[in-house]
Design a protein around this ligand. Sequence first.
Ligand SMILES: Cc1cc2nc3c(=O)[nH]c(=O)nc-3n(C[C@H](O)[C@H](O)[C@H](O)COP(=O)(O)OP(=O)(O)OC[C@H]3O[C@@H](n4cnc5c(N)ncnc54)[C@H](O)[C@@H]3O)c2cc1C
Length: 562
Amino acid sequence: MKHHQVIIVGGGLAGLRAALEAVDELDVAVLSQVHPVRSHSIAAQGGINAALANVSDEDSWERHAFDTIKGSDYLADQPAAEILAREAIDRVYESEHWGCPYSRLENGKIAQRPFGGGGFPRTCYASDRTGHALLHTMYERSVLKKVKVYEERMVIELVVEDGTCHGVVALNLVTGELEAYLADAVIFTTGGAGRIYSKSTNAIINTGSGMAVAYRAGVPLKDMEFIQFHPTSLYGTNILMTEGARGEGGYLINSEGERFMEKYAPSAMELAPRDIVARAIQTEIKEGRGFEGEYVHLDLRHLGAEKIMERLPGIREIALDFAGIDPITAPIPIQPAQHYTMGGIDCDVDGVTVVKGFFTAGECACVSAHGANRLGGNSILETIVYGKRAGEAALKYVKGRESGPSRRAVEEALERCTELVEGLRTADGSEDPAAIREEMTKVMFDKVGIFRDAENLKAAIETLVELKERYRNLRLSYRGKRYNLDLARAWELGGMLEVAEVIARGALLREESRGSHARTDFTERDDENWLKHTLAYRTDDGPRFDFKEVIITKYQPQARRY
Ligand SMILES: Cc1cc2nc3c(=O)[nH]c(=O)nc-3n(C[C@H](O)[C@H](O)[C@H](O)COP(=O)(O)OP(=O)(O)OC[C@H]3O[C@@H](n4cnc5c(N)ncnc54)[C@H](O)[C@@H]3O)c2cc1C
């Protein structure tokens, strides 16, 4: 059995940044379903927020913190948002010193552009391929520092005994064998759950499997009902068209030729926060002012060829390749799609969870810096700010640990998992997992989407319960062991159904509208009853909900206008 002092599950930005924090002193390994640079972080386009004040010297980290809290519809824990904004500056400069090729101003300083919900040009970027630049920077450094990486391993169990974490069990996707890993500390940085929705900008591997594994191990999931829909995904494929396109001055236009954001956010216009812009687009489409009843236009033509080629070359390439449209001469058809999971594994500002020795960071975690709605550019920021902090916390924990992890507990878990996975591989049922997945993703988009109400949510829950039942009766089309992705996808589907149920039930429970959670039957924010986080604990009959106070320090909730 392999043993590492710190095991990090996930090779995206949060995982690699956490690894870099601990690797100088401890034996650190990263387990990932894919090669680290194929993690979804690679796809981040528009940029990363930090109040460097390179463009406007009035910006400050305090303003960044306030914008984040207001953007969150006051559900963010304010100390978490403050840490995010304050530590942003050091983390961005650190990544610059490690070699991240940021775009520059004339004077040589890191360039910054405006993003939604921010008062200033605060978003640092490397053209429109920021995630690519940043992830390669972190990966190169992790090679230099000799972080051990196990690729093509899907972690399916977190081993917890007596409230302490002892390691993980993983399915080796290449051999089909189960493997046990003993660890003094484990950090989950497994990314978002976007693929629970049919229309999503997320990579295929973003299924929330890490969230499901933690949930099954007794760690609560927090605020899962808050799902971000990005306003601008390319119609047809739902590939992201970065908010940077609007940051550079792009317009949103309906079929009547109007810049309709005027009606919804008269001063911020296209740069209102995402929840507001996504709802505006959906409303325009619903009320008959969309094109073909499905999309509106993102118009960049007035920016001119030079600016588009310099600042948004990736967007142009995607529009050309996937829609045959050149944004220099034609508007881009766009529609909202699922984009980000605000909720996640409940943890504090050091990534500490209820299980000793188990930490988390990045999109799979819910420190609650984003509350009910995340601002663009704050997520890759969260991965490196909180990835570092989780790495630091794990390092301290391991150094202070008196006894090693329990080999027996991990061996027992391995046996249990082997039986379950073998059972699934050879199952003799009649249900096709792909069909169940398709029904789940569709019902989530249609009934637990941008606008929600009790009737639709109840119907969605009913469908999910039914699908969970059908899931017990699977039959895989391929039963081999080597590289059996059918098996991996079928396994993670069980977790997706559970996470989907948490999202839908949390959405039904929360009888108010706040941030991304818009109930047409409870249209107002209700601070009296709902200024609180939801915590979902797993039981065999679905989630049991509890609540947690929102930490408010400086900023009392106000009405949110843009
Ligand atoms: C198209 C797109 C563009 C974006 N643009 C921006 C942007 O410009 N600015 C911004 O701030 N944010 C942006 N975001 C959001 C941001 O990119 C993500 O939130 C962030 O990169 C998540 O990083 P992460 O390290 O938490 O997870 P990821 O990068 O998603 O990595 C997750 C890792 O976990 C591994 N993993 C998952 N489950 C398992 C398992 N069970 N076993 C083993 N390994 C597992 C995967 O292999 C992967 O290595 C964008 C997101 C998308 C989808």
